[in-house]
Design a protein around this ligand. Structure first.
Ligand code: DGL
Length: 272
């Protein structure tokens, strides 16, 4: 099936998930929606995040998407279980793939999760981990400052290192061997987080795991773009939509996506 895949996020962060999807499914057309006008979601209530998530999905459905990825950890944590069953097409979030990967990697049954306030207070990662392995100890920590630091390009800065040291000290104290990067922005700070946590701790990038899950579902449901079998594999078309002026998104996007974005269109999301 050659309809596009829809990906949405509270803003620019979901491009770390889109990047992995583009790598793994280069032939697929993708429509990306970044809700930059109402970002960040991570400090908002369940009620508001649920309303926004529903609108984001309705917008993507207008583009005849065949499958939707909720790239935002905050929306995946607090809203998706309520919203996704109301739609007919498959919709996945980033929590389950990340949680499952962490379960597979941990050897000492001690997993850390870092994310926004919304993600951490929802306990979504711990809930999924405990459904599969009730014996695993899960340690959760909100690191809200990581979001603006990543967006401002404070990637390899001393200040970011010091904040990471301060935040993550409690994670170091509890002897985890696996740490889930439970926020779209954290893969940008992977080097600093790895430095602070040390070699013995494996970092799980939920975006990478979600792209693998997306591939699996497209295959299972036989909705993968069939031109994939042609040689050379055709390049899918990538369209980007945002809910405020595109300038800031375009500036920051390259850092998150690994390449500049073209064709960014502003939409009014309030009408959905
Ligand atoms: N995309 C959000 C997440 O992964 C981070 C930014 C925000 O708070 O909106 O939780």
């Amino acid at each position: 099936m050659n309809n596009p895949i829809g990906i949405f996020d509270s803003g620019v962060g979901g491009l770390t998930v889109a990047r992995e999807v583009f790598k793994l499914l280069p032939q697929e057309d993708v429509v990306y929606f970044g809700d930059v006008g109402r970002s960040p979601y991570g400090g908002r209530s369940k009620e508001i995040i649920t309303k926004f998530t529903n609108q984001d999905i309705l917008f993507l459905l207008e583009h005849k998407v065949k499958f939707i990825i909720c790239a935002c950890n905050s929306a995946s944590s607090v809203a998706l279980d309520d919203v996704a069953p109301n739609f007919e097409i498959p919709i996945i979030g980033v929590i389950e793939p990340g949680a499952r990967a962490a379960i597979a990697r941990t050897k000492n049954a001690r997993i850390g999760v870092i994310g926004t306030m919304a993600t951490i207070s929802s306990n979504a990662y711990a809930r999924i981990i405990h459904q599969v392995r009730p014996d695993i100890k899960v340690f959760s920590l909100a690191c809200p400052l990581f979001v603006p630091l990543a967006e401002e390009g404070y990637i390899e800065k001393k200040a970011t290192y010091l904040i990471a040291q301060d935040y993550l000290q409690t994670m170091r104290d509890v002897n985890i061997d696996t740490l889930i990067l439970g926020c779209t922005h954290y893969p940008l700070l992977k080097n600093i987080i790895a430095d602070v946590m040390g070699d013995e701790v494996t970092l799980i990038d939920s975006g990478q795991e979600t792209a693998r899950e997306a591939y699996k579902i497209l295959m299972e449901k036989k909705i993968i773009n069939t031109t994939a079998s042609q040689q050379p594999t055709p390049e899918g078309e990538h369209k980007f939509y945002v809910s405020d002026v595109p300038e800031k998104f375009t500036q920051v996007a390259a850092r998150f996506l690994g390449r500049p974005v073209e064709r960014v269109t502003r939409v009014d999301i309030s009408g959905y």
